[in-house]
Design a protein around this ligand. Sequence first.
Ligand code: ZN
Ligand code: ZN
Length: 206
Amino acid sequence: MSILIDIHLHTEKHSECSRIDASKLVERAVKAGLHGVIITEHHYQWSLDELEELNAEAREPGFLLLAGFEYSARQGDILVYGLEAVQSERFAPGEDAREVLSAFQGDGALCVAAHPTRAGLSYDENIGELGFDALEVRSVNLKPHEQRLAAGLATTLGLPALAASDAHRLEDVGAHALSFDAPIQSMADFLRAVREGRCQPVTRNA
Ligand SMILES: [Zn+2]
Ligand SMILES: [Zn+2]
C-alpha cells in the first residue's frame, strides 16, 4: 500500500492568508485519503506541543502530523523541513535565498523551492545555482502550464519533483500529495525518502 502525505499547507492559526480551521484539518485529510500532513505556515513552524495537542484532539491513531515552514526569500518562497521550530524565526522575510539555504541546509534541513514557476512569484533563470534539494512541481497554486514548466525544470536540474496542495482552503487539502512506497513515521523518515528519491507526485481528481 502506498502512503500519501500532503507536505505543504497553511492553517489560519498561524497564516493570515489561510482559511483552514486547524481543528478540522486532520478529519479532512483522512477523508481525502491522506496518511499524514506537514503543516508549513509562513515564517512559523508549529511547536511539538502544538502538534501533539492537535493530534490528541483529532483522535486519528496513526495519522502523521508534522511541521516545517515556508520562508519568503528575495528570489522566491522556500519550504524548509527538518529543523527545530525556533529556526523559523532565524531570518526576517526577504533575505537572499542562497544565504538562507546554506544556513538551513548546514543545520540539516531539506529545502524545496515552492511554486518555482508561479506567475508573478517565480524564481528567475538562476534557480539552479541556489542549491535547492527539490522542486515543488504541482500544487493548487500552479496552473497546468506552470506545472509542466516546473517538471521540466526539475528534470533539467536533476532534482526530485514534489507535489503538495499548498492548501489555504479545507477543500484543497490533499489535492496534490506525495506517495511513498514505505511507511513514513517521522520527519527523519520523510527527509530520507525524499533524498533517496523514494516518492512520487500524485494528483487527485476531486
Ligand atoms: Zn499563504
Ligand atoms: Zn504555501
